[in-house]
Design a protein around this ligand. Structure first.
Ligand SMILES: C[S@@+](CC[C@H](N)C(=O)[O-])C[C@H]1O[C@@H](n2cnc3c(N)ncnc32)[C@H](O)[C@@H]1O
Length: 262
């Protein structure tokens, strides 16, 4: 069995379309080595714990209503099939975002254009598409590059049923290349964004800034795993937005709502 760095390097060497991402990852690792002091997991985790509320409280705080049931209850048949497809997947990918939060905030914003980064099995894509399918002319733009070293390309988004894919555009490039392209192609601003891909401080700060600019006033930005480092906290300070921190099991998601004045 080859060591992980060698497997990762071989994976990249076989895929020329991701060569520039290899360079980007090396730059990110150097950046983390030089500037991670005070921005790490411990600081971020303490800040999240101080501010955290539950998913239902966050939904209530933003929408003024409490969901009567989870989306897994509301769409039980679709989720049973989705779990079956996930269990048949031969590779293990990243875990789901906060699905109720995504669905109910997509409903609340009556989202037409949604951007998400990080698909893996596609649980977050499924939650967002369940809301979007009710509105004509809507689109989910999902960005995902496969895990370096894992042979998971063909399984990305596997839990999404094929009949729900007509409003779904999946872009298989790294964030830093895909986000500017998608934002350029989208007709109109973004109503909602779920960020769940590159978790480095450098990667987040670069993408958060781009996405925030494209979000409409009243639009909602959600980022997963914000306890990995202080990027979400630092970004919320830089744009002067009030952060909402949601506890999800062992980690945290963050929400920012863009005001007219931002
Ligand atoms: C935690 S998983 C996403 C889970 C998904 N949001 C869900 O709820 O089911 C993270 C995904 O982001 C992808 N990813 C990681 N770094 C990325 C990058 N720089 N650009 C695009 N995708 C990336 C990973 O390959 C993986 O598929």
């Amino acid at each position: 069995m080859l060591a992980k760095p060698i497997r990762t390097l071989l994976w990249y060497l076989k895929r020329p379309r991701y060569y520039s991402q290899l360079v980007n990852e090396i730059l990110t690792k150097l950046h983390t080595a030089c500037f991670s002091s005070g921005r790490g997991r411990e600081h971020a985790g303490n800040w999240c714990r101080e501010h955290a509320i539950s998913t239902n409280e966050a939904i209530y705080c933003i929408t003024g209503t409490r969901p009567a049931e989870s989306i897994q209850q509301q769409f039980a048949g679709i989720f049973t099939e989705a779990h079956k497809r996930a269990s048949q997947c031969p590779v293990q990918m990243g875990g789901p975002g906060e699905l109720d939060l995504l669905y109910y905030l997509a409903e609340y914003t009556a989202a037409v254009n949604i951007l998400e980064t990080g698909v893996a099995y596609g649980w977050s894509s499924l939650a967002l598409l369940l809301s979007l399918q009710k509105r004509p002319g809507c689109h989910l733009y999902s960005i995902d590059m496969p895990y370096p070293g894992l042979q998971n390309e063909e399984y990305v988004g596997c839990v999404v049923p094929s009949e729900m894919k007509k409003n779904w555009i999946l872009i298989r490039f790294p964030d830093w290349q895909a986000i500017p392209r998608v934002l350029n192609d989208i007709d109109g601003p973004i109503d909602l964004c779920h960020y769940d891909s590159d978790k480095s401080w450098r990667g987040r700060m670069c993408s958060y800034k781009r996405i925030w600019k494209a979000l409409r006033p009243g639009g909602i930005f959600i980022s997963d795993d914000i306890d990995d480092n202080t990027a979400f906290r630092d970004f919320s300070v830089s744009v002067n937005a009030d952060p909402i921190v949601v506890e999800k099991g062992n980690n945290f998601a963050g929400i920012l709502i863009k005001k007219e004045t931002h």
